[in-house]
Design a protein around this ligand. Structure first.
Ligand SMILES: Cc1cc2nc3c(=O)[nH]c(=O)nc-3n(C[C@H](O)[C@H](O)[C@H](O)COP(=O)(O)O)c2cc1C
Length: 150
């Protein structure tokens, strides 16, 4: 018996014209679908890029990723990491959402800086797993009174 869950992290570039409103629409769609398919995760928007983690049963996650990768609202996909894990990171979120830009101005500046540094490390394609990045995002999500659990 294998109860492990599958996690996939990718990065993409947001298409032209994608702003706050459009992203909130995406999150609404995502929450509804993911809830029905036992998928959890988090979507980060920062400087024109999306970074998303999808967690769930392997086939379900791969299928969802295929669907997401056909979406014209973003392009230039890059899978940053995928593999099995013992537990979900974003247990309580059908799809958490963090806009780094909205947080930079607030008291969370230090955490945002840290998370951005890890993203730069990802870009260098080292032997890096986004674990630390997602941990910091998780902290942003749980700390902030602006983000609610789904
Ligand atoms: C950055 C980004 C992230 C997305 N994340 C999800 C997601 O987690 N779950 C989901 O169902 N749809 C997500 N979507 C939307 C899907 O790409 C798709 O539009 C949606 O599932 C509706 O597909 P359908 O019209 O085939 O039903 C995302 C779209 C974008 C651009």
């Amino acid at each position: 018996m294998n109860h492990k869950i599958f996690q996939l992290t990718y990065r993409s570039r947001a298409s032209e014209g994608i702003g706050k409103e459009e992203i909130l629409e995406i999150v609404d769609e995502a929450v509804a679908y993911n809830n029905r398919h036992d998928i959890t995760g988090c979507l980060v928007f920062d400087q024109g890029y999306f970074i998303q983690i999808l967690e769930g049963e392997k086939e379900t996650v791969n299928q969802l990723y295929k669907k997401i990768a056909k979406d014209r609202r973003h392009f230039q996909f890059e899978i940053l990491s995928k593999g099995e894990a013992a537990t979900r990171l974003f247990k309580s979120w059908d799809m958490g959402y963090v806009s780094m830009e909205d947080l930079v101005v607030g008291e969370k500046e230090e955490l945002v800086k840290k998370a951005r540094m890890e993203l730069d490390t990802i870009s260098l394609k080292n032997d890096f797993t986004p674990k630390v990045f997602w941990y910091n995002v998780y902290t942003l999500l749980t700390d902030s009174k602006f983000y609610k659990k789904n």
